[in-house]
Write a protein that binds this ligand. Structure first.
Ligand code: NAD
Length: 711
C-alpha cells in the first residue's frame, strides 16, 4: 500500500488521499513526499486531469513534519536541503496548471497547514475538534515549508505574526474568519461536492503571490503601517523571551525579509532561518522534553500497566476554598458530577460561585453560552452533608493544611464511600503516608497535588504513599488525564518533588540579597535565566508568611525526630522580612515589592537600606548560574533519591510545575546541555564559593565519570 492513493474519476478530477500505512496520523517524511511527488509528476504530464483534491484517509489531515527526523538532524546543510525539497514540491503543486483543493477532513498543523496553503482553495469540515495553525515555535522551530511566506501574503503581515509567534491553534470557523480557510462544510460529502464545484468554476487558478497584480494585504514590510510593527514587535518579543528563544526572532526575520523580496527568494530565506533553528540547542531541548517526553507521559509511561482505564463519574471535593473551588471547576468542565463540601453552606456556595465567575468571563469572550453555563453549574452541588458523597468514585480533600482536620474529614467521608473509591489529598506539605493513617483503606489513599490557580496550571503531581496500591495510582493517573492535565508520579517525601525544588529558586535569590547584590540585578538575572518571574517577586507571590510557617513546621518535625535542619542562608532574610519588617508578601501589599492599589508593583525602595549593597556586585552570569544550578542540582538529588523516578517526569514537572526555563527543556535536560562533566566542575566551584547546597548530587558525579547523560 502506498502512502498516497491516486484516484481519477470520469470528470478528470484526481483525488489524492494521504494515508500512510501503519500510522495513526499522516506525518511529513519521505514515505509521504516520495509517492506524493510521483503523483504530482503524473498530474503535470496528463492533460486529461482537470483538477486535484487532496484529502486524508485518517481522522486528521496531516499533523506536520516528522519530528523524530528533525530532532536527529545536526547538520544545518541537511536541514536546509530538507526544507528546500519540501518547498519545491509544494511549488510544483501550486504551479501544476490545474486547480488544487485541500479537502481538510481534520486537523492540519505545521507542515500540514503549509501543504493546504500551497493549494488554491481550502475547504474544511466544521469539526470543533479539528485544529489549524503553525505551532512550530513551541518546539523552538519555524514553519519551514513556506508558511512564513504564504500566510503573510494571504492574510497580511500583522494578522499572521501572532499566529506564528504564539503558535496559536485555530478552530475551523476561526481559521475561516481569518481568511486561512475559504469554506466550511458540514460533512465529507458536502466538502467533496464543494471541492468539485470550485474546480469546475476555476479551471486555471493562480496563487495570489503568483499573480502579476499581487498586492500584499495590509502592505509589504516597507509599508508605513508595517514599519511601525517592525519597530515594536522585536522588542515586545525580547521583553517576553529575554533573548532565550531564537525561534520568534527567526520567524520575524523571515517574514520581514520575505516582505521586501519576491516569493521564491523569501522561501529560500526561510529555509536558512529554519536550518539555523533545527540545529540549535534550544530546539533540541524543547523537542526532547516538550514533544517526546511529554508525549510519553501522555501515553502513560508512568502509569502502572494491567489496569483498565477508569473514568470518574462522581467526584467529592472536601473544602471549597481556593483549591477546592478550582478542582470543582476543572472537573465539572469535563462533565464530572461534583459534590463540593465545606463546613458551612455559605462557604460551599462561594466555592461554586468561583465557577460561575469563570463561566461569565468565558461568555463575555464568546467561549461559552448562558445555556452551557447553566448545564455546567448544574454539575456542581455545594453542600455541608457527607451523605451527598454517596456514590463518589473519587474524593479529593482540600481542607486546611492541618493533620487533625484532614484526618477527621477522611474518616467522615470514607464512612459514605464504597470500598473501591479512591481518596486523594491535595496537601502541599504533609507526607501522604502519615495522612493515610487516618484511612481505613490506605491502599486506596493517594496524593493529588494541584497547583494554583487550578484552572490555569497544567500539572498535577501524583504522590504515592507507602501503602498506595498500583491500581489506585492508575486511577489517579486516569483522573488527571480526564481533566486534561499532565500527571507526574512522585514518591512520598518532604516537599514532594516540585515544592522542594521550586523553593531553591527564590531561596537563592534571597541569599543573593543577603549578600548585598542589588535586588534589581537579582530579578533581572532570574528573568534572563528564562524563569517566568524574578525570585523576589515569586517569593512575594508565595507569601513570606507561608514560607515561614512551612519552615517552623519543618523545624518542629525535625526536632521531634531528634534532628536539626541544615538551614538555607535565605531563611534569615525571610525571618527578618516577616518578624522585623512586617513585610509578608503580595497578599498584604508589602513584600520585596510594594503593591500600590491600582498601580504597578515596584521594588521596595528601602530594601537596600535593610540589605545593604556589597561593594562587589557579581557578574550577571554568576547570578544566573547560581539560580539555575541550585534548582537543577536539587532536581538531580530528587532523581537520585527516587522521589521522582523518570527523566520525563523530572523535566516536565520542572517546566509545568514551577516554571523552570522552558528553553532549557527542564531541570535534567539543562544539566545534559551544559554537559555532566562541566556541570559537576562548575558546581564544585560554586560550592567552594557559596556553600554546600551547590555540592553536585552524587548521581551527577557518577554519571559524569561514566560519560552518561539523562535519557
Ligand atoms: P483555603 O483556606 O482557601 O480553603 C480551605 C477550605 O477548607 C475552606 O473553605 C474551609 O472552610 C474548608 N474547611 C476547613 N475545615 C473543613 C472541614 N472540616 N470540612 C470541610 N471543609 C473544611 O485553602 P486552599 O489554599 O484551598 O488549600 C487547601 C489545601 O490545598 C491545603 O491542604 C493546601 O496545603 C493545599 N494546597 C494549596 C495550594 C495553594 O496554592 N493554595 C496549592 C496546592 C495545595
Amino acid at each position: 500500500m502506498t502512502a498516497v492513493q491516486f484516484n481519477q474519476d470520469a470528470d478528470g478530477i484526481v483525488t489524492l488521499t494521504l494515508d500512510m500505512p501503519g500510522r495513526s496520523m499522516n506525518v511529513l517524511n519521505e514515505e509521504l513526499t516520495g509517492p506524493f511527488s510521483d503523483a504530482i509528476a503524473k498530474i503535470e504530464n496528463d492533460a486529461s486531469i482537470k483538477g486535484v483534491i487532496i484529502t486524508s484517509g485518517k481522522k486528521e489531515f496531516l499533523a506536520g513534519a516528522d519530528i523524530d527526523k528533525v530532532y536527529r538532524m545536526t547538520d544545518p546543510a541537511e536541514a536546509f536541503a530538507m526544507a528546500e525539497a519540501y518547498k519545491s514540491f509544494l511549488r510544483r503543486l501550486e504551479k501544476c496548471g490545474r486547480p488544487v483543493v485541500a479537502a481538510l477532513n481534520g486537523t492540519a498543523l505545521g507542515g500540514g497547514l503549509e501543504l493546504a496553503l500551497a493549494c488554491h482553495y481550502r475547504i474544511a469540515i466544521d469539526n470543533p475538534k479539528a485544529k489549524f495553525g503553525l505551532p512550530e515555535v513551541k518546539l523552538g522551530l519555524l514553519p519551514g515549508g513556506g508558511g512564513t511566506q504564504r500566510l503573510p501574503r494571504l492574510i497580511g503581515i500583522q494578522a499572521s505574526l501572532p499566529l506564528m509567534l504564539e503558535g496559536k491553534e485555530l478552530k475551523a470557523a476561526q481559521a475561516k474568519q481569518q481568511g486561512i480557510i475559504h469554506e466550511l462544510a458540514a460533512d465529507k460529502d458536502e466538502m467533496f461536492a464543494k471541492a468539485r464545484a470550485w474546480i469546475a468554476a476555476n479551471p486555471k487558478p493562480v496563487q495570489p503571490w503568483d499573480d502579476k497584480k499581487f498586492k500584499w494585504p495590509g502592505g509589504d514590510s516597507k509599508s508605513p503601517a508595517n514599519a511601525q510593527v517592525w519597530a515594536i514587535a522585536p522588542s515586545m518579543a525580547s521583553a517576553k523571551t529575554w533573548g532565550n528563544m531564537p525561534a520568534p526572532t527567526n520567524i520575524m526575520s523571515s517574514v520581514f525579509e520575505g516582505g521586501i523580496t519576491d516569493f521564491d527568494t523569501g522561501c529560500r530565506v526561510e529555509s536558512r532561518y529554519f536550518a539555523e533553528l533545527v540545529v540549535s540547542q534550544v530546539s533540541k531541548n524543547m523537542i526532547g522534553t516538550l514533544w517526546f517526553q511529554l508525549n510519553g507521559i501522555n501515553k502513560g509511561s508512568s502509569r502502572p500497566e494491567g489496569f483498565e482505564r477508569s473514568t470518574v463519574r462522581k467526584l467529592g471535593i472536601l473544602g471549597a476554598g481556593m483549591m477546592g473551588a478550582g478542582i470543582a471547576y476543572v472537573s465539572a468542565k469535563v462533565g464530572i458530577e461534583c459534590v463540593l463540601l465545606d463546613t458551612t453552606q455559605d462557604a460551599a456556595d462561594k466555592g461554586k460561585a468561583y465557577s460561575a465567575g469563570l463561566l461569565d468571563k468565558a461568555i463575555k469572550r464568546g467561549r461559552e453560552t448562558p445555556e452551557g453555563k447553566d448545564a455546567f453549574l448544574a454539575r456542581i452541588k455545594p453542600t455541608t452533608s457527607y451523605d451527598d458523597l454517596k456514590g463518589c468514585d473519587l474524593i479529593i480533600e482540600a481542607v486546611f493544611e492541618d493533620r487533625g482536620i484532614k484526618a477527621d474529614v477522611t474518616r467522615k467521608a470514607e464512612a459514605q464511600l464504597a470500598k473501591t473509591a479512591v481518596f486523594a489529598s491535595n496537601t502541599s506539605t504533609l507526607p501522604i503516608t502519615g495522612l493515610a493513617e487516618a484511612s481505613e483503606r490506605p491502599k486506596n489513599f493517594i496524593g493529588l497535588h494541584f497547583f494554583s490557580p487550578v484552572d490555569k496550571m497544567p500539572l498535577v503531581e501524583i504522590i504515592k504513599g507507602k501503602k498506595t496500591s498500583a491500581e489506585t495510582l492508575a486511577r489517579g493517573f486516569d483522573y488527571v488525564q480526564q481533566i486534561k492535565k499532565t500527571p507526574i508520579v512522585v514518591n512520598d517525601s518532604r516537599g514532594f518533588y516540585t515544592s522542594r525544588c521550586f523553593a531553591t529558586y527564590p531561596m537563592e535569590g534571597l541569599t543573593l540579597l543577603a549578600e548585598g547584590q542589588h535586588p534589581r540585578s537579582i530579578e533581572v538575572a532570574g528573568l534572563q535565566a528564562g524563569m517566568p518571574v524574578g525570585p523576589l517577586a515569586l517569593q512575594d507571590e508565595v507569601s513570606l508568611s507561608l514560607s515561614m510557617h512551612v519552615l517552623e513546621q519543618t523545624r518542629k518535625d525535625y526536632a521531634a525526630e531528634g534532628k536539626t535542619v541544615a538551614e538555607h542562608p535565605g531563611v534569615a532574610v525571610i525571618e527578618k522580612m516577616v518578624r522585623q519588617l512586617d513585610r509578608v508578601g503580595k497578599k498584604s501589599g508589602k513584600g520585596f515589592y510594594d503593591y500600590p492599589q491600582g498601580g504597578q508593583k515596584h521594588l521596595w525602595p528601602e530594601l537596600t537600606k535593610h540589605f545593604p549593597l556589597a561593594e562587589t556586585q557579581l557578574p550577571q552570569q554568576e547570578m544566573i548560574d547560581r539560580l539555575m544550578y541550585a534548582q537543577a542540582n536539587e532536581a538531580a538529588k530528587c532523581f537520585e533519591e527516587k522521589v521522582v523516578e523518570s527523566v520525563a517526569d523530572t523535566n516536565i514537572g520542572s517546566i509545568f510545575g514551577w516554571g523552570f526555563a522552558p528553553h532549557q527543556g527542564g531541570a535534567l535536560q539543562f544539566i545534559n546541555a551544559v554537559g555532566l562533566d562541566q556541570f559537576v566542575k562548575r558546581s564544585k566551584v560554586l560550592e567552594k564559593k557559596y556553600g554546600a547546597r551547590f555540592k553536585p548530587a552524587r548521581i551527577l558525579v557518577r554519571m559524569a565519570k561514566e560519560g552518561r547523560r539523562f535519557e
